[in-house]
Design a binder for this molecule. Sequence first.
Ligand SMILES: Cc1cc2nc3c(=O)[nH]c(=O)nc-3n(C[C@H](O)[C@H](O)[C@H](O)COP(=O)(O)OP(=O)(O)OC[C@H]3O[C@@H](n4cnc5c(N)ncnc54)[C@H](O)[C@@H]3O)c2cc1C
Length: 280
Amino acid sequence: MQLGAARFVAGETLDECVVVLRRLNEQGLYANTTLLGEGVLEPGETESVVAAYRTIVDRIADEQLRANVALKLTHLGLSIDEELAQRNVAELVEHAAARGNFVRIDMEESRHVDATLRIYRRLRESGHENVGTVLQSYLFRTENDLAALLPLAPNLRLVKGAYLEPPEIAYPRKRDVDAAYVRLLETSLRADGFTAVATHDETLIEHTISFAEERAIPKERFQFQMLYGVRTRLQLDLVQRGFDVLVATPYGPEWYRYLMRRLAERPANVLFLLRNLVRG
Ligand SMILES: Cc1cc2nc3c(=O)[nH]c(=O)nc-3n(C[C@H](O)[C@H](O)[C@H](O)COP(=O)(O)OP(=O)(O)OC[C@H]3O[C@@H](n4cnc5c(N)ncnc54)[C@H](O)[C@@H]3O)c2cc1C
């Protein structure tokens, strides 16, 4: 946290995170929270991750926060065994349903996309409605993945993609990633289901608004999502304009990899952290 991670991470404990979630709610923002962690290789460790998420879901319900959870399948054992991750996430989705909550399954590196989409599909086909996942516009495959999911009326968060992927499978140029995002966005908004437009890119945000207006797509069918600590003013401006905005608000002691991804996205963030170090 001394590094300045507190700009992007809502503390190391659930108690610290709850304070932030409540403040966001008071500002008219929805939130989701994530216990940071990924790439677990010990089956026993996934049991404590499941227990921690059960506690989070209970706490959100008890404190009546407008927040859901977003989690990574490799935190629940996907790198060990797909069935283990499936069982763990199914348990959490059931628990969330019992407490009136929703689980978003994040998308990780490209080697996990097939398994993540299989697990999402199995959850939906076994009757779970309170679960959604994520598609990344930088991957060539994603337009096909979206088409395959649409019959489920999916709840999808669209992102550009945060990992370093090879040019054989992902667009290397930003403008191609952005153009693919527009195609996914329009397809998803036109179809049944719910679209979470997760970007800080104002051009894409304004495009979403005008596209939805032109086609009379109700505001309840989509939501903007941004990261805690990024474009805070824009988040509040959109709330003022009457749109739903959710702030992804992670916490936990394992914040290092998350922070590194945020720095890689925007070199100016490195300067921000260096200034903190010098001041500290
Ligand atoms: C709610 C949410 C959930 C996400 N979930 C996933 C996921 O499951 N899987 C995945 O691969 N990726 C995920 N991401 C990350 C995403 O893929 C991008 O890496 C990230 O959002 C940056 O892309 P952008 O769409 O904001 O556009 P960009 O074109 O990268 O940025 C547009 C503008 O936003 C601002 N900005 C962007 N990033 C930062 C930053 N880190 N710090 C400060 N300013 C910034 C800058 O002003 C920039 O000019 C998620 C992003 C969000 C918002």
